[in-house]
Design a protein around this ligand. Structure first.
Ligand code: ARG
Ligand code: ZN
Length: 873
């Protein structure tokens, strides 16, 4: 059944207060739920009361304390219906649930011996009957009862207001959350956990108790998350004027979790891999990811919890805005250019692919079958880009006015993306009506650029034209409002003044052009020489730019553009051009020497920003090259890219070696941007050298592997060896690594994904063997992601084997997982969805795999929606 945005109706009944009591046992959990309900004055009177519920055993139902006769209510497939109710009443529901058997990881479930919850988006209905929609905001009081020895820690949202002992070695704690909230923000945790405490003083002088709860073996892995949290709290005060509002802020780490983390009010729950870190077990990337996710969940306290979504079509209201906020935060904590490169890479590789595939949907979708399928790169990442464009158009000061107005106007409400844009308009006086199309139209806009230099008139004319390609259900599109940042670079490499009128003085050298029409012309005056245009600086809009740069122009931009992002981008475009020109060419075809020279300069220039160099050395990924092709031939792409890499490594051996040695540092581990850049450079150089089986590099890798004092270097050396032809070293290193870290699930997950993602070791039989490994666990999403996800998502040459074995493998496991964890199963379909964009062998194999999945009766809504839409197109 499809749900449509246009069918939205205000809820007929509101819930003001919820009183919950959980009796947690090993055989099951009894939930007592007492709701104060009243008729919504804004809704049509006389409607029945309908509550959502899934997988519940109903044990009792009362109205104002009196049991309801079986004829007074009806238990339906997805809930419970009471035909006649009064205008205000208390509804009591008792349900019995089986958290210990819950493999879906939605609602209340058990993860390594502890109880925990995940209610977003529609998990609360697996706990009790309730109107499970975000525009019902209630005050919650929660009493948790459990065996005291097994579950000494009992948590829920808000403040603990009561606790005590009960009979039979049991105990209870009562929590009260003073802020009304939708039920998707409800959380409960019970377990034998250690508590790490910290404090934060808010700008207004309130003392906040920070508490982190983890399994005892993880006690030493909390510092980074707590430090990140304090930085995020301070940053949100300084940049957005947002202060924390409860007395306690809690973070819990759980091993089995479908997503990264969850912003439950006052009680954030994290996937262990997104919160636990120590230098010897977590890579630099993990440290950065943790900082960003801790901040993201914390920022939700305002953008999501205080102001929430009216319905799930508005998901980007909280996610787009919060991702934008966390990216600003990460940018402020590290290197802004690098952060921008990372965000743009993700967008251009994965979101653009989503936006041009069968699951393409607007940032604010119009319909869905299963909302879990819409926690997408489009809603999150493109949604964040949309907010970023508002920030660019309004400027820092007006954007802040807009966000202040938004929080003030809508505090305690469940609202829409339109309300957000309206607040931005009202605060700034800008008209964003055309801009709203970014929320409504799916697809990535393409901007074609042509230029003309008139030597006589000394004018330079840029003509921009845009079109948005058709997407499923949207064949005709309107032109969008695109902030298009540009610069013009003169012959000597300096930015020229950008005068939109002749004779203007003090012209800026950076301008944001506003493209609103299908085609628009911009004339720059007093331009003394033919410039090279630097287009879409800082990736100012999530669009594709087409301009016929010559390779020489790209080389020029690579070394002269004052915009760091575009320097990197010029390098990427050049590399893409070179790789594409080698597609289907013979083995001995040589690489354009200009690319070699450019990389030599990068490796040797010690004045350059190391972090930028580290990024520039990464060749465009296979996934990006596939995204750029109309009909992808994966094996040809893999082979062309590998040949380029090989030749670069062969030609630049000396420089790579010098770069490796220069950036080998000793001393204490620090995840600072500078140290991270050095390690990244060093490990990239090492990887390239091993790629060409360089003997000296092999010895360096072995040495680094043995003596590394941090996980970045340890895993970097392991990855280089695993991807090399040094068979014996590879297996010895893998065994040693496993031996050392076998009791640490986060490191074992890295060990799995290095193997499953390796084009050499990661052939299908080797990946199948990993699934039989004792550390592999079909109930743990991280393990599934680190083997099956890494294989299908990163090991593209093997996944897209021409005999289609990779596709059959994936289909088989999607089907097996569908009955235990449909959310995870549906995520795994993604690598098959764009089958139409591949060459014939691949295309037919992927389609066959999708058809095989679709043929299964009783598919979950989750998998059904993705497979069905993929086949339909
Ligand atoms: N709101 C969470 C976050 O972005 C993600 C929850 C995802 N849950 C889901 N069922 N898809 O921080
Ligand atoms: Zn979020």
């Amino acid at each position: 059944r499809t749900i449509y945005l246009k069918d939205y109706k205000v809820p007929p009944y509101l819930v003001d207060h919820v009183d919950l009591r959980f009796e947690l046992f090993e055989e099951g959990t009894r939930v007592y739920n007492s709701m104060e309900i009243r008729r919504n004055p804004d809704a049509d009177p006389g409607q029945p009361l309908e509550l959502d519920g899934e997988g519940l055993e109903l044990e009792g139902l009362t109205v104002n304390g009196l049991p309801l006769a079986p004829s007074d209510f009806e238990v339906t497939s997805g809930g419970l219906r009471i035909e006649k109710v009064s205008d205000a009443f208390t509804l009591g529901v008792v349900t019995w649930i089986l958290p210990q058997d819950n493999t879906r990881l939605e609602g209340l479930y058990k993860s390594s011996g502890m109880f925990c919850t995940q209610c977003e988006a529609e998990g609360f209905r697996w706990i009790t009957y309730f109107p499970d929609r975000p525009d019902i905001m209630a005050r919650f009081r929660t009493r948790v009862e459990a065996d005291k020895a097994r579950y000494p820690i009992l948590l829920s949202n808000g403040n603990d207001v009561d606790r005590g002992d009960l009979e039979d070695g049991r105990h209870f704690v009562t929590w009260e959350d003073p802020f009304p909230k939708p039920c998707y923000l409800f959380a409960l945790v019970a377990g034998d956990l250690v508590e790490k405490r910290d404090r934060f003083k808010t700008q207004s002088g309130r003392d906040i108790d920070l508490r982190m709860y983890v399994e005892p073996r993880n006690a030493a892995k909390c510092d980074h998350a707590l430090d990140s949290l304090k930085r995020a709290m301070r940053w949100d005060e300084q940049i957005y004027g947002r202060e924390y509002d409860l007395d306690i802020f809690m973070i819990v780490a759980v091993d089995d979790f479908n997503m990264g983390a969850m912003e439950n009010k006052g009680l954030n729950i994290f996937n262990s891999s997104c919160v636990l870190a120590s230098a010897d077990t977590a890579t630099d990337a993990a440290f950065q990811r943790i900082e960003a996710i801790v901040a993201h969940e914390y920022f939700h306290n305002w953008s999501g919890n205080r102001v929430t979504c009216r319905d799930w079509f508005q998901l980007s209201l909280k996610e787009g805005f919060t991702v934008f906020r966390d990216s600003q935060f990460s940018s402020d904590m590290g290197s802004p250019t690098v952060k921008r490169i990372e965000d743009a890479t993700l967008l251009r590789t994965a979101q653009f692919a989503e936006d041009s595939g069968p699951m393409a949907h607007p940032v604010r979708p119009d319909s869905y079958i299963e909302i879990s399928n819409f926690y997408t790169l489009t809603v999150y990442e493109k949604g964040a880009e949309v907010v970023r464009m508002i920030h660019t158009l309004l400027g820092e000061a007006d954007f802040r006015k807009g966000s202040d107005l938004y929080f003030e106007r809508h505090d305690g409400q469940a609202v829409t993306t339109d309300d957000f844009v309206k607040a931005m308009e009202d605060a700034s006086g800008r008209d964003l009506s055309q801009f709203r199309l970014w929320y409504q139209q799916a697809g990535t806009p393409v901007v074609d650029v042509t230029d003309h230099y008139d030597e006589q008139a000394r004018t330079y004319t840029l003509t921009l034209s845009q079109h948005v390609p058709p997407t499923p259900g949207q064949s005709e599109k309107q032109p969008q409002h695109i902030p298009f940042a540009v610069g013009l670079i003169g012959e000597r490499g300096a930015d020229l003044p950008l005068k939109l009128e002749a004779g203007a003085s003090d012209a800026p050298r950076n301008r944001v052009l506003e493209l609103t029409g299908a085609e628009q012309t911009f004339v720059f005056h007093d331009v003394a020489e033919r410039p090279v245009p630097s287009l879409l600086r800082g990736f100012s809009a999530p669009v594709k730019v087409r301009y016929p740069w010559s390779r020489d122009q790209l080389l020029f931009l690579m070394s002269h553009d004052s915009d760091g992002f575009n320097r990197w981008d010029a390098g990427q475009r050049l590399a893409v051009d070179v790789i594409q020109s080698m597609l289907g060419q013979p083995q001995e075809q040589t690489v354009d020497p200009r690319l070699v020279t450019a990389f030599r300069q990068l490796l040797s220039d010690t004045d350059l920003d190391l972090a930028l160099v580290a990024k520039m050395l990464h060749l465009p990924s296979e996934a990006y090259l596939i995204e750029l092709s109309d009909v992808a031939d994966v094996q040809a792409i893999h082979s062309a890219r590998t040949r380029v890499l090989n030749q670069l490594a062969l030609e630049l051996q000396d420089e790579l070696l010098a770069c490796y040695l220069r950036n080998r540092e000793d001393g204490d581990y620090e995840p600072t941007p500078e140290a991270i850049a050095r390690r990244s450079l060093k490990n990239t150089a090492l990887g390239w050298l091993l790629h060409i089986n360089e003997e000296e590099a092999r010895l360096m890798a072995l040495k680094q592997f043995e003596s590394a004092t941090n996980m970045t270097d340890q895993a970097g050396a392991l990855r280089s060896l695993v991807n090399s032809d040094f068979e014996a070293d590879r297996s010895k290193a893998l065994d040693a690594f496993y031996e050392r870290f076998s009791d640490d699930p986060q490191v074992v997950e890295q060990w799995f994904s290095i193997q499953a993602g390796s084009p050499r070791a990661g052939t299908l039989p080797a990946v199948e063997a990993l699934l039989e490994h004792p550390a592999f666990d079909w109930k743990n999403p991280n393990k599934i992601r680190s083997v099956i996800g890494a294989f299908a998502g990163q090991n593209l040459a093997n996944f897209h084997a021409e005999d289609c074995s990779g596709y059959r493998f994936l289909a088989r496991h999607i089907l097996a997982l569908d009955s235990t964890n449909p959310q995870i199963a549906a995520r795994l379909v993604a690598p098959l969805t764009r089958w139409r964009n591949y060459g014939e062998v691949y295309r037919e194999g992927m389609r066959a795999a999708l058809e095989q999945i679709q043929a299964r009766p009783d598919l979950s809504k989750d998998v059904y929606e993705v497979v069905h839409k993929s086949l339909k197109g």
